[in-house]
Design a protein around this ligand. Structure first.
Ligand SMILES: C[S@@+](CC[C@H](N)C(=O)[O-])C[C@H]1O[C@@H](n2cnc3c(N)ncnc32)[C@H](O)[C@@H]1O
Length: 238
């Protein structure tokens, strides 16, 4: 499976009968709906679950469940929380241009930041939208390409966390990231997104692995120090 709302060839996708009519109609614009695709969408506990039995991948997105709650209860020292601060204070508004499975957005929203999130992968969009309906957080969730939609919104901070190629397929890559890699592929156009973001009136923050070059070789004004080897670095553009 790949990618985005910009793709022209519809990929095959199977849906269970529990997928809502509204979501079926939406997905039919981007996928060839069939009964025997490699990827299969069904539901559990009113949330969507995406399955790929051949790759042994399955992910239920349920933000009410333990992992999400755990992170949100232990966030005092979250490096992202430190990185988004402006003069020591959390911003009031932030646009997440690459929300993925929403871990970062939910963590930031649970600290009172008003989030606008724009996701371009149609299947991921549907799964996340359903899971968000159970949360009471200030998240305005949109479908589309951020590099096109960004100028329609404004916020103090614009956040980018594009996919980067994983160094190796290892057991350490978390299950939700494995499935994200498999579903979404690489975000090879992230450099363009950074260019658009930097044209807006906002502080721009790019999440990178510590070993990676600056995105698009654009030198930031400063970077957060990665705490340990292999950890995350945040590049900040003023
Ligand atoms: C590495 S994941 C982000 C993970 C996310 N920070 C989280 O906490 O779950 C990157 C996501 O950004 C999306 N994406 C990449 N470029 C985008 C763009 N130009 N517009 C909208 N979404 C984009 C991809 O489809 C993918 O879902």
């Amino acid at each position: 499976m790949t990618n985005t709302s910009n793709d022209t060839t519809p990929l095959p996708l199977s849906l269970s009968n529990e997928v809502s009519e509204k979501d079926k109609i939406f997905l039919s614009q981007y996928y060839q709906l069939t009964s025997n695709s490699e990827w299969y969408l069904d539901t559990t506990n009113d949330c969507y679950r995406i399955n790929n039995p051949a790759e042994k991948l399955s992910l239920t997105l349920d933000f009410r469940e333990g992992n999400y709650r755990h992170r949100n209860q232990n966030i005092g020292k979250e490096p992202l929380l430190q990185a988004v601060k402006i003069k020591g204070k959390l911003p009031q508004t932030l646009i997440d241009t690459t929300p993925g499975v929403m871990k970062d957005s939910i963590m930031l929203a649970s600290r009172g930041i008003k989030i606008t999130a724009i996701e371009r992968h149609p299947l991921l969009f549907v799964i996340v939208r359903q899971a968000l309906s159970f949360l009471d957080l200030d998240i305005d969730y949109h479908f589309g390409d951020s590099s096109i939609l960004l100028p329609e919104f404004s916020a103090q901070v614009i956040y980018l966390d594009p996919m980067y190629p994983s160094k190796k397929k290892s057991a350490q890559v978390k299950k939700d990231m494995q499935i994200l890699h498999s579903l979404v592929g690489k975000d090879d156009d992230a450099e363009k997104l950074l260019q658009v973001a930097r044209q807006q009136q906002a502080r721009v923050i790019v999440k990178r692995p510590s070993y990676a070059e600056y995105l698009g070789n654009q030198t930031p004004n400063f970077s957060s120090q990665a705490q340990k080897r292999g950890a995350t670095r945040f590049d900040i553009y003023l």
